[in-house]
Ligand binder design. Structure first.
Ligand code: IPD
Ligand code: CA
Length: 276
C-alpha cells in the first residue's frame, strides 16, 4: 500500500470524504515541498548569532516566513475557498481552514539542531479533520485523517500500550509563556513516578512521536493551536488519547496539551494537572 492509499483508511470515498482525502494528499505533498525549503535553508544556515533572538529565548528566522508563504500560496491555488491561518501571518480561523506552523522547533532550527518540523492541520467547523507533520531532516511524513487512521511514511502508526510509569518514556514541553515552576513541578512528578523524561524542543514533532509509539506521552501546560492540533489528531488516529484542545476557546487562546497511549493518559494527566 502506498502512502496515499494507506491514509484513506480503506474506506470508499464519497461526498465530504472525497474532499477531505483530496486535501489530505495535497497537504502531504505541500508539507514535503515546504520541508525541502526548510531543509535547504537549515543546511546553509550561518553560525548562530544573538541577532536571531527577538527576546529572551525567543528566536527569529526568515525561513519560518518563507515556508509559510509557500504553503499559503499552494493552498490558495488548490482550494481558493478554504481559509488559512499561519503562525507567522495569521489569517482566518473559521469554517473550513488550514492551520499551519511553518517551522515548529524554531529555537532548534536557529541553533543548528536538526529537530524541527512543518505542521499542517485542516479544520472544518471546529473539528480537526486532517493532520500532517513533516520532519525535513529525517524526511519522515506523519499523516492522518479523522476516522481514516494515521501513517508514518505510508505505514500504519500505533500509539504505545505502556501503562506502567517505570517503563515509560515521556516528553514534557516548556514554553516561555508560563512560570518555570509549573514545568519543574510536572517534571518532578514524572521523575518520582518513574518516567524517563525528555524535552526535544518541537512540541508538534513530539506529538507525532507519541502517535508513532516512540514515546508514551507528551504534555505541555500551554500550546498554541498551530503547534498542537495536527499532532493531537495523529495521536487519536493512532489509537491514543488526547484532551479536547478546542475546549474553552483553545483555538484562539491556546490550551494545555496532553496526548498519550490510551492506557497512559490518566497517569499523564495526573503528572501534568494533579487534582484536576
Ligand atoms: C514551540 C515548540 C516548543 C513548545 C512551545 C512552542 P516554536 O514552538 O513547539 O517545543 O514547547 O510551546 O511554542 O516556537 O518552535 O514554533
Ligand atoms: Ca510552533
Amino acid at each position: 500500500m502506498n502512502e496515499a492509499m494507506a491514509t484513506t483508511g480503506g474506506m470508499a470515498a464519497g461526498g465530504d470524504d472525497a474532499g477531505l482525502i483530496h486535501r489530505l494528499h495535497a497537504a502531504m505533498a505541500v508539507a514535503r515541498e515546504a520541508g525541502m525549503i526548510a531543509r535547504t535553508a537549515f543546511l546553509n544556515l550561518p553560525a548562530f548569532s544573538a541577532a536571531n533572538l527577538k527576546g529572551a529565548q525567543d528566536y527569529f528566522t526568515e525561513t519560518d516566513g518563507a515556508v509559510e508563504r509557500l504553503i499559503r500560496s499552494r493552498f490558495a491555488e488548490a482550494f481558493p475557498d478554504d481559509g488559512f491561518f499561519g503562525e507567522e501571518g495569521g489569517g482566518r480561523r473559521e469554517g473550513d481552514f488550514w492551520l499551519v506552523d511553518p517551522i515548529d522547533g524554531t529555537a532548534n532550527f536557529a541553533r543548528g539542531i536538526p529537530l524541527f518540523c512543518i505542521s499542517i492541520a485542516f479544520v472544518r467547523n471546529g473539528v480537526a479533520e486532517i493532520g500532517v507533520i513533516f520532519d525535513p531532516m529525517q524526511q519522515e511524513l506523519f499523516a492522518g485523517r479523522r476516522g481514516g487512521g494515521a501513517t508514518l511514511d505510508g505505514r500504519s502508526m500505533r500509539a504505545s500500550a505502556i501503562t506502567d510509569p517505570h517503563q515509560s518514556t515521556i516528553e514534557i514541553g516548556w514554553s516561555s509563556r508560563l512560570a518555570h515552576e509549573v514545568y519543574l513541578e510536572a517534571v518532578a512528578r514524572a521523575k518520582h513516578a518513574g518516567s524517563n523524561v525528555r524535552r526535544s524542543g518541537s512540541g508538534a514533532l513530539a506529538l507525532a512521536y507519541v502517535a508513532a509509539g516512540r514515546q508514551d506521552a507528551y504534555g505541555e501546560l500551554h500550546m498554541n493551536a498551530w503547534d498542537a492540533v495536527a499532532g493531537q489528531l495523529l495521536v487519536r488516529e493512532a489509537g491514543g488519547r488526547t484532551n479536547d484542545f478546542f475546549a474553552d476557546g483553545g483555538l484562539h487562546n491556546g490550551n494545555y496539551v496532553i496526548a498519550a497511549g490510551a492506557g497512559f493518559y490518566e497517569e499523564m494527566n495526573r503528572i501534568m494537572r494533579p487534582g484536576s
